[in-house]
Design a protein around this ligand. Structure first.
Ligand code: NAP
Ligand code: F7E
Length: 341
């Protein structure tokens, strides 16, 4: 009886391949899929020092496969090995700032990498459903507010340009080859696992460093830029919901609220109980971008209607979660003391 049940479960359990599993979203998504009974495979690239910190809670429960979005044969082999029902392409050179300094690499990974994933799926798992991590950075210089699935693209960075390429490659594989491919056009989503160079984490970690007496200031750029910031664990649920639909589609994921970098900084210092926050912020030219995206705010109505998805965590709760986690992590020695620059 037990054996029969195990055989039944083995047959019905879905398998998923996640590229970018070591990153913020990939690690939360892996946890979500495991909780739903999926067999989870993760693509990891070779690094001189492995970067598996985000996977610590689930290390024993995921199967890691070597591969790189730059390398077609490794993607073919990964798809063959995982034989996935669902593929989540979350890997990217994801930092907009770096994309201005390394535009060709960004195009290779963040743009052409999508095509390589699609080719691997077309050849080796044509019935798999594919999620592509598209981005609100595709909207870039916007002429309307809020942005939704019909808003035209005007990317402002090599990263945004590469994401537009990946977005259209997905639609082309849907139309030309009949693959089930869905674009999640996600606005900024943050968490205690956010990379340290992104502005929210730079602020939460910087504030925590000041709070524990390890730094005096944080160096920032354009304080007026506005973003629609949500909480990452809620956004990976939207990714999963998108692949459970009968028909593939493209969806905006956002909170519908925008706040400035300045508001984020003020709220973060308040959480830490530090007064006169402006004394602790240095505005430095080096943190400005050659072309800025000034203002993004998304309209998630389609996702709410069709997927039943709605973000719950509000701006001030997000700030609090991040600052408190960084203070606790620095005090416990589980988060590195890093220069805040
Ligand atoms: P992240 O934390 O920067 O993670 C990026 C992941 O991609 C890491 O696992 C990284 O591996 C992997 N990667 C980078 N280059 C690779 C390559 N050549 N081959 C294989 N893997 C590679 O990003 P995230 O915030 O989780 O975002 C996930 C995805 O959503 C990205 O595509 C991002 O562009 C997109 N997105 C993010 C947001 C957001 O606000 N977070 C919004 C919209 C779209 P290593 O650990 O080895 O570096
Ligand atoms: O910048 C301004 C900066 O780097 C936000 C990625 O996940 O979301 C992210 O891209 C804003 C910009 O994120 C600093 O100029 C001011 O206007 O945190 P960020 P991003 O560029 O919005 C999208 C949706 C993605 O898809 C991307 O992968 O903050 N800003 N001062 C600063 N930004 C940084 N990084 N550092 C500063 O010192």
């Amino acid at each position: 009886m037990v054996k029969a049940r195990a055989r039944f479960q083995a047959r019905v359990a879905k398998s998923a391949l996640i590229s970018g599993i070591t990153g913020q979203d990939g690690s939360y998504l892996a946890e979500l899929l495991l909780s739903k009974g999926y067999t989870v495979f993760g693509l990891v690239r070779r690094l001189s020092v492995p970067n598996l910190g985000n996977l610590r809670p689930i290390a024993e429960r995921v199967t890691l496969i070597d591969g790189d979005l730059m390398d077609q044969s490794s993607l073919n082999a990964a798809v063959q090995k995982a034989a996935p029902d669902e593929v989540y392409n979350l890997a990217a050179q994801s930092f907009v700032g770096t994309s201005f300094v390394q535009p060709v690499l960004t195009g290779e990974i963040t743009g052409l990498g999508v095509l390589r994933i699609l080719e691997a799926v077309r050849a080796h798992a044509p019935h798999a459903r594919v999620y592509q991590a598209s981005s609100s950075e595709m909207f870039g210089h916007v002429d309307r507010e809020p942005q939704d699935e019909m808003t035209p693209f005007h990317p402002r960075s090599p990263y945004g340009v590469a994401k537009v390429y990946g977005y259209w490659a997905c639609i082309n594989y849907r139309e030309a080859h009949g693959l089930f491919v869905a674009n999640g056009i996600l606005f900024n989503h943050e968490s205690e696992r956010r990379g340290f160079e992104f502005v929210t984490r730079k602020i939460s970690h910087g504030v925590a460093m000041i709070h524990v007496g390890r730094a005096k200031t944080i160096s920032l750029g354009n304080l007026e830029a506005k973003r629609d910031w949500g909480y990452a664990p809620e956004y990976v649920d939207m990714m999963w919901r998108m692949l459970q639909q009968d028909i593939p589609g493209d969806f905006v994921g956002a909170t519908g609220e925008a706040h400035s970098v300045e508001e984020f900084a003020a709220a973060a210092f308040e959480v830490a109980g530090i007064e006169d926050w402006k004394k602790h912020v240095v505005v430095d030219e080096k943190n400005f971008r050659p072309a800025e995206v000034y203002n993004l705010r998304g309209n998630p109505a389609k996702a709410k209607r069709a997927l039943g998805w709605e973000p719950r965590t509000k701006f001030h709760d997000l700030v609090r979660i991040m600052v408190e986690a960084d203070i606790a992590g620095l005090q416990a020695g589980t988060i590195p003391v890093r220069p805040v620059s």
